[in-house]
Design a protein around this ligand. Sequence first.
Ligand SMILES: Nc1ncnc2c1ncn2[C@@H]1O[C@H](COP(=O)(O)OP(=O)(O)OP(=O)(O)O)[C@@H](O)[C@H]1O
Ligand SMILES: [Mg+2]
Length: 1161
Amino acid sequence: MYLLAPFTEDREVFGVTHGFIHKRKMPKSEVKTSLLDNMIGVGDSVLLEPLTEDTFLENLKNRFDHSEIYTYIGSVVISVNPYRHLPIYTPEKVEEYRNRNFYELSPHIYALADEAYRSLRDQDKDQCILITGESGAGKTEASKLVMSYVAAVCGKGAEVNQVKEQLLQSNPVLEAFGNAKTMRNDNSSRFGKYMDIEFDFKGDPLGGVISNYLLEKSRVVKQPRGERNFHIFYQLLSGGSEDLLKQLKLEREFNQYNYLGLDSAKVNGVDDAANFRTVKNAMQIVGFMDDEVELVLEVVAAVLKLGNIEFKPESRVNGLDESRIQDKNELKEICELLGQDQAVLERAFSFRTVEAKQEKVSTTLNVAQAYYARDALAKNLYNRLFTWLVNRINESIKAQSKVRKKVMGVLDIYGFEIFENNSFEQFIINYCNEKLQQIFIELTLKEEQEEYIKEGIEWTHIEYFNNAIICELIENNTNGILAMLDEECLRPGTVTDETFLEKLNQVCAVHERFESRMSKSSRFLNDTTLPHNCFRIQHYAGKVMYHVEGFVDKNNDLLYRDLSQAMWKTNHVLVKSLFPEGNPAKMSLKRPPTAGSQFKASVATLMKNLQTKNPNYIRCIKPNDQKAPHIFAEALVRHQVRYLGLMENVRVRRAGYAFKQPYESCLERYKMLCSQTWPHWRQGSRDGVKVLLTELQIPPEEFSYGRSKIFIRNPRTLFELEDLRKRRLEDLATLIQKIYRGWKCRTNFLLMKKSQIIISAWTKRHFQRKKYLQLKSVTLIIQSYIRGWKARKLLRELKHQKRCEESATTIAAYWRGFQARMEVRRLKEAAMHKHAIAVIWAYWLGYEARRELKRLKEEARRKHAVAVIWAYWLGLKVRREYRKFFRANAGKKIYEFTIQRIMQKYFLEMKKKLPSMSPTEKTWPPRPYFFLDDTHTELKRIFHLWRCKKYRDQFTEQKKAIFEEKLEASELFKDKKALYTNSVQQPFQGDYLEISKNPKYQKLNGAVEEKIVLADVVNKINRANGKVAPRIFLLTQSNFILADQKSGQIKSTIPVMDITSVSVSKQTDGLFAVHLKEGSTAAAKGDFLFTSDRLIEIITKLYRTIFFKTNQKINVEINNEFLVQFNQDKVCVKFIQGAQKNGNLPTCKRKNNRLLEVTVP
Ligand SMILES: Nc1ncnc2c1ncn2[C@@H]1O[C@H](COP(=O)(O)OP(=O)(O)OP(=O)(O)O)[C@@H](O)[C@H]1O
Ligand SMILES: [Mg+2]
């Protein structure tokens, strides 16, 4: 009884001073109320001594008798259904349990809800609350209590309250449609429900998601004796107003409807009418629109009325049985309710169309088939309506924000049940309960024990029954019962419930938990309690016998296609949406998954989901079968305690530790309690935890060190730690607050200081500026005063100077006057009066004139001075006035502008004054400004170049060639031969004879093949005697030809290549010698001598022709003495000046073998 020990004497607890923990004594008076105070029996079964099944039951009974319906096994809550109202769910109770540790107060479902909620909010762990127990044990009530507690303690505010209200109000709606009175429970859940409530980081609810599991829809058409259909039918008939019932075409009496079991239409203590109002109100709160509620009730009414359609047999000629609807009135009303064409629905009840590979086969339905079809439609309609309701509620309650959510899942699923006649539904329900038991075993018994071993904690194994084997029998994919059922359903050929049972007998006969009369095993051959059409399973909670009848049908869950198509054709929006497969466009030949496989899959998903969350268990126990208060049927409870494995649970808890946590999380959570681990612990977390626990002086028997986790034996120790942590956190919060406030004040101060500096800087600047402006204006005033003073001083000086000059003049004048007077007196004395007077008069006049002149001069000077001062003054005023308009660079701009203007003017004037375009023009206008000197010269040069270019551009190619020749001639002869000057004016014509046109020279023309460069008559000088004879001189591109002038007879043809050089004199004569290459044929007689007025043209053309032909320049010798080769002699041709006999022609005379004299003018 280690837990009791600390409470019997003064306890040592851990206190906090200076932020860290020390041990201190806590007086008895401070001990809080605890589950051990005023306790009836033992609140936590772990503390039972001795621990046996009997003491355990005795304890439960004892507590139950004293209205203590909750008992703990460690953290698991056992709840015994009181079947009466207890005053333990008041708002005061909620407040009492709020934020208190689990073991602090007597056991309560609120303590578990609080623990789960705080763990979710503070430790960010998703939670799930698993409520198990058989039908009527109080699971649904427990789930509602958990939800209402969480709603009461979590955040507040208009929005949050609305979410809470919607979450809570989803319960009455779903209960009305999904709960019914059964033999075991007046409000038995006929569907499984798992609800995820979503919270934000603060723990405020955001919304929720509801998942529903397999509704027991067979109840819609048939209920076992003493049971009822779903509540909503009774509620609608009892609570619906007259108008509503009329609108829905319903009668108020239950006995009007075949689908409502008559034996227990009224349930004691249940007010269906009031409940109907509650449901309608709840629907409104959840968010259903009025027209949606109307649609839902129409469907409910239609389902109810479907049960009243009856069929009668009708034999047809072909011997086949057909069915007819007995009274079509009901059908008509249904069709009106659903906006359906009566004929369509009638046909759907009479025929069945099977479609295979585009072939449609319609067969008539007999009466049994028609009833089957009717019931199938009713079941399906109701089932789909229920699923729609869940989805619609989900739509309303879904969380709006997308932030990360924390989740608390509450699972309330139909409890384990054993009826007189158990069918497919019970099989499914019990399978689900097996799975839940499995997850309980996995997490509390198996995993916990395994973990102790894994963590190296000393451990004695505790035996328990593991129901995995039963789960396996049902769900195994190859030979499980569900798999067999599916196989049978999908198999071609005749399939009946019996063939299914046969199959089970073959496959499962040997299973230790499966029992059947027909199995080959003889174990049950003689067991008369087991009928032939049944099989029995030994569930964890007891043996259940299942009747196979209906298994195949229910698993197939078939609705004739004609019916779903008929439903799709209605005008009723809700019904239409419930049968999407009735849309011919979306028709599929694929079989829908069976009910069993669907359920198996959804249960598997649920289990996976639960495993990811931190589980909290509530194990509900039903104290009696009479649903009566104060009765504690020991045998019944003992049975439940056994199958729920509660004893094993206690044993594991007792031997084990109350709390375990990985070292890292433990250190993270409590490190602030120890000076060494706070704020950072650099070594391993296991060592950190050790240091922490040692410093806190926690007795060593209170904990064990596992491999990765610390195990704390006593919950009390954990709470102490939590208490210390809470106090320490408060201290830390104060510290943080202190630092934050300090920081805030400092930041604020610095900000203010900064602002103050800025403000003072601006103020100083402002004052300095003001002072500066004042100083500036004062300076300007002083300046102007000084300038004025200076000007006045100047004026005074000028005046003084003038006065000095005036005085000098006056003195001089007086002096002169005195002199004059003296002179007058002297003249008077010495000469005649007259003369004296004249002289004096003349002096006087002179004096007057000078004075006048001086006065005029003075006046002029004064005027000038005034003008100067006035100009200064004006200048000052203008400068003062316009200073603000002028910028620093205005002078530069004005200068640039002036220069630009001058340049512009200069160029415009130059344009007008340009000289003529003749390249020979020499004149150029004078430059207007001295600084433009260089520009002016350059402009002149550019203009000349441009004018020359213009001139050149006018030339034709021909003219260009002529000029080239002229240029060549100038290069050869200019300043070398006097004759050249005359030739400048003469144009070079080349062909002077026009041989091609002249008939006289036809022969000559014929002989010349090439283009004629030059044709002229020259005089050939005889080598021997110097006499002259005219010859035609013809120059082509390769030869020069000499021909007779008269006949045109060719005398000699000399290739131009044979010409080596040409010689001429410096004079004005036209004589020239053509020197030939020595040894050439043409040179046999020697060099030629010719005279011609066109010497310049002939030699130039000869020179150019030879150059074009040979690319060599021949030598042109210009000398008054040169040598020529005549035959074998070298003869000197010498020019001498003399009188001319025959005009301008030179006269040649051969003096001797060596000399030829030429007389030129
Ligand atoms: N804590 C409780 N206080 C008072 N009455 C209770 C309490 N828990 C259950 N009951 C009574 O027991 C009845 C059955 O409880 P509940 O419907 O919760 O059972 P269940 O376990 O959900 O059963 P099923 O599996 O059939 O849905 C309730 O209608 C209520 O009258
Ligand atoms: Mg229930």
